[in-house]
Design a protein around this ligand. Structure first.
Ligand code: TRP
Length: 461
């Protein structure tokens, strides 16, 4: 029958906005919250950085997230096609229609190194269990970590396992695979984090940690810290690459986007702060550990603290399970936009699309693995392969797409459409949101992008 052909492809919607909230929170809460947030907070001196970070979430993260979810639900397709259709509806030139592509690219690049670091977390689970860090000092812990990084085979094994877990879930689809996975993983993560907090409260320096995170000492804050906070607010909320847009496509038409987005952003921020309050008390209870240790904070410093505490190894195991779960539900969202596109556009079935893209990200990840050993001396403009991937994605590609989204929704898309999709929403919040999206967001993201490009240039020359 011919009328069937003219029907637009319709996405199955999740049963309630709660599944969306869980899935989006699963995407948002990841290594960014538990690994990166504590260490960049440590590096940037604590309190003042946390304050700036919170402001960035409020002024940049939440408005852009709202725009992304709105676009996703409006388009009800994969992010690439949603952007293609909406930009063409708005009469934009063909070039702009390909913006969704940058997102797919960014997702695969992020996944390639994300899976390596998630692999470290997986590797630490059995090590905690075996008692490797029992009574270990900072030096021994460092030696262990360095040995792990030097061992290509082990890194490869854990990275591959993590990648298999990721494609395993995505193969079952967004509603069945993902929807089910997050309903189990997210509550579990929350419970584990609470257990960690209780442990940190009983055995760590809770007061010292609270002072470090919440005493606003602005002398430690530099322009670079502000940039770091801006960039991280994007990364932690999974913005600028289509993850959130892809999930938005499954959101029930009647759900309020505004409330939903606020909930997700609040949960993400809560988890980051909880992670900080779980980690820093343990760090401060141990005189040898430097809170500004950087990326190693989680893998070198923390195990020392676990190894020195009663019951610490069991809790340490719980902790690395928690990190792995958080990373897992984020990795799913890194690959989903690309999978959705291959299915929709190229007629792939979900399984094949998934395997293919998983292989691409896995192969790219070999570069990151090697950058910790064989290629560690090989740098491009001061970056190792891993450093370059991280920089390219979080300082260039994500801001670029984010900038486009803010400008497109703020200035180009017809306001009636935007308003309609937001359920004709709330008279007071709408103009405020639009104003922030039109002026504040492009300005802030523009600065991040320009400095990023400048740095690239400066380092290359
Ligand atoms: N937000 C996740 C974290 O904090 C990572 C992530 C998932 C992400 N999807 C994304 C980051 C999309 C940027 C864009 O670990």
């Amino acid at each position: 029958m011919s009328f069937a052909l003219s029907q637009t492809q319709s996405y199955p919607a999740w049963r309630s906005r709660w599944v969306f909230i869980l899935a989006a929170t699963g995407s948002a809460v990841g290594l960014g919250n538990i690994w990166k947030f504590p260490y960049i907070t440590g590096e940037n001196g604590g309190g003042a950085f946390v304050l700036v970070y919170l402001l960035c979430i409020l002024l940049l993260g939440i408005p852009v997230m709202l725009a992304e979810v709105m676009l996703g639900r409006r388009g009800r397709q994969s992010p690439v096609n949603t952007m293609r259709q909406l930009t063409s509806d708005a009469g934009l030139h063909g070039f702009w229609r390909s913006i969704g592509w940058l997102g797919v690219l960014a997702g695969l690049l992020i996944l390639s190194y994300y899976s390596v670091i998630a692999g470290w977390a997986l590797a630490y689970i059995p090590e905690m269990g075996k008692g490797t860090f029992q009574g270990a000092g900072p030096l021994e812990s460092q030696v262990f970590f360095d040995a792990l990084l030097a061992d290509k085979g082990r890194l490869l094994g854990w990275q591959s396992l993590f990648m298999l877990l990721t494609v395993g879930v995505v193969a079952f689809g967004v509603v069945k695979g993902l929807g089910v996975a997050v309903r189990i993983l997210m509550p579990l993560l929350f419970i584990l984090l609470l257990a960690m907090l209780v442990f940190a409260y009983r055995h760590g320096d809770f007061g010292g940690a609270a002072a470090f995170l919440f005493d606003f000492n602005f002398s430690a804050l530099s322009g670079r810290s502000v940039l770091e906070a801006l960039g991280h607010s994007f990364f932690t909320l999974s913005l600028g690459m289509g993850s959130i847009m892809a999930y938005g496509a499954y959101m029930p038409a009647t759900a309020s986007i505004g409330k939903t987005v606020l909930t997700v952003a609040m949960l993400d921020t809560l988890v980051a702060l909880m992670a900080g309050m779980a980690i820093f008390p343990i760090v401060f209870a141990h005189p040898d550990i430097n809170p500004a240790a950087g990326p190693e904070l989680l893998f070198v410093s923390l195990p020392v603290a676990f190894g020195a505490m009663p019951g610490g190894l069991a809790i340490g195991m719980v902790f690395f399970i928690l990190v792995s779960i958080a990373a897992w539900s984020s990795a799913i969202s890194l690959i989903e936009p690309a999978v959705a596109w291959l299915i929709e556009r190229r007629g792939f079935n979900r399984f094949t699309a998934n395997i293919l893209l998983g292989l691409v990200a896995w192969a790219l990840g070999l570069g990151t693995i090697l950058s910790f050993n064989d290629w560690s001396g090989f740098t491009l403009g001061g970056f190792t392969f891993f450093g370059a991937m991280d920089f390219l994605t979080s300082r260039i590609l994500l801001p670029l797409t984010g900038l486009f989204i803010a400008i497109f929704v703020g200035w180009i898309m017809p306001h009636v459409t935007v308003k309609e999709e937001l359920n004709g929403n709330n008279s007071l919040m709408y103009p405020l949101w639009l104003w922030v999206l039109r002026y504040i967001c492009p300005l802030a993201i523009g600065v991040v992008l320009l400095v990023g490009l400048y740095d690239t240039f400066a380092m290359a020359s």
